[in-house]
Design a protein around this ligand. Structure first.
Ligand code: HEC
Length: 108
């Protein structure tokens, strides 16, 4: 019972509670041009181009909000964060992992 309560609490706070724990592999090939721009265009920009929440439609803005973005939407060894995007379409888990990696690599 106690264990189930703990899992329930984790599920409750797990959505926006911490970093994905993603790290930057030296072999990473993800860039703004081959990943970030398209990811944000597909899943984030329709709200985050000044309409709602922080503006995230430029590389500078993404870098400035990197930690919050990781906490909200990225996956890694520590967490799979799904607070964002609101609504659909939703990124695949593979895309959330890529987001974590790309941010961990400095969103280059
Ligand atoms: C349907 C609209 C919508 C979409 C799509 C959306 N967001 Fe948001 N986002 C919001 C709103 C509204 C807020 C402010 C209120 C809140 O935090 O829920 C917000 C807040 C945020 C915040 C700030 C949270 C904080 O704790 O400061 C981040 C970071 C964020 N969104 C990232 C993203 C990312 C990354 C995507 C794409 C994967 C995304 N959002 C997609 C509406 C959206």
């Amino acid at each position: 019972m106690r264990k189930m309560l703990a899992i329930g609490l984790l599920a409750l706070f797990g959505c926006n509670s911490g970093g994905s724990g993603a790290t930057c592999p030296t072999t990473s090939t993800l860039t703004y041009d081959n990943f970030g721009r398209q990811f944000f265009a597909s899943y984030c920009d329709r709200c985050h181009t000044s309409r709602e929440g922080p503006t995230l439609n430029s590389l500078a803005a993404i870098r400035a909000n990197s930690t919050a973005i990781d906490n909200a939407a990225a996956a890694g060894p520590s967490a799979t964060n799904t607070a964002m995007p609101e609504g659909s379409p939703q990124p695949t888990n593979a895309e959330r992992l890529q987001l974590g990696e790309w941010l961990a690599c400095g969103a280059r």
